[in-house]
Design a protein around this ligand. Structure first.
Ligand SMILES: [Zn+2]
Length: 230
């Protein structure tokens, strides 16, 4: 079942490697089926070179396996928390991409210093707090999702399709598995640009609100006009 979505999830996982945001088996991507609400995720620890669409694992929103021979990615509970938080999320990606993870390890949000960032993220990409010892020793992956949700209280998962988790890495999401990967790649690029911008000008400030509004809102929302008219 969900053969098309399995292929999409496989391709999205391979795209993480192609775009250089994942080494070995460190990343993972999932997608949620619109009709059934079931989640398709990559299996745990299978090398990307030999991974097949049929090895993708299908679970329900509580992580019960519906179809699949292999164990799902260990980060599944984090993905599920993000799906539960917002119905609009159809795909989730996770990476330890270098520049963005440098911000996560430093416990810093990625400031918005330019239009590349502002085209995709409506402000600084937030860094969720570190997990407590109890949270790490308890349901670790689920708690990772919970600290992301905590960071997004009063914030939109749609206008901020990604977050860092302190001492860990990047989670991104979007309208599909492919879109979540796209956002993971943009987060890495925005982080890289931010690091170099701060080196060149340590007193740098974030872009002014009017520039952020212009760039984000011309691509998103009801008055968007970027691209071709549909
Ligand atoms: Zn991780």
């Amino acid at each position: 079942m969900l053969d098309e979505l399995k292929k999409e999830v496989l391709d999205a996982n391979l795209a993480l490697v192609k775009h250089g945001v994942v080494l070995f088996t460190w990343g993972n991507v999932s997608a949620r089926d619109k009709e059934t609400g079931l989640v398709v995720i990559k299996p745990s620890g299978v090398p990307y070179e030999t991974m097949k669409a049929q090895q993708m694992v299908i679970t329900d929103i509580d992580g019960n396996i519906v179809e699949g021979e292999l164990s799902p990615s260990t980060d599944l509970p984090t993905h599920l928390e993000i799906y539960k938080a917002d119905d609009s999320v159809r795909g989730v990606a996770h990476t330890h991409s270098t520049y963005a993870t440098a911000f996560a390890q430093a416990g810093r949000s990625i400031p918005c210093y330019g239009t590349t960032h502002a085209d995709y993220f409506y402000g600084a990409i937030p860094c969720a707090r570190a997990l407590t010892e109890q949270e790490v020793n308890g349901k670790y992956e689920e708690n990772t999702g919970k600290v992301i949700r905590e960071t997004f209280v009063g914030k939109s998962f749609e206008s901020m399709p990604g977050a860092l988790v302190k001492n860990h890495g990047v989670f991104s999401w979007g309208k599909s598995a492919d879109n979540a990967v796209h956002n993971a790649v943009v987060i890495e690029e925005a982080a890289k640009m931010a690091i170099f911008s701060e080196i060149l000008n340590p007193k740098l400030e974030q872009v002014p609100q009017y520039l952020l509004d212009k760039h984000y809102l011309r691509k998103h929302g009801k008055n968007a006009y970027y691209g071709q008219k549909k």
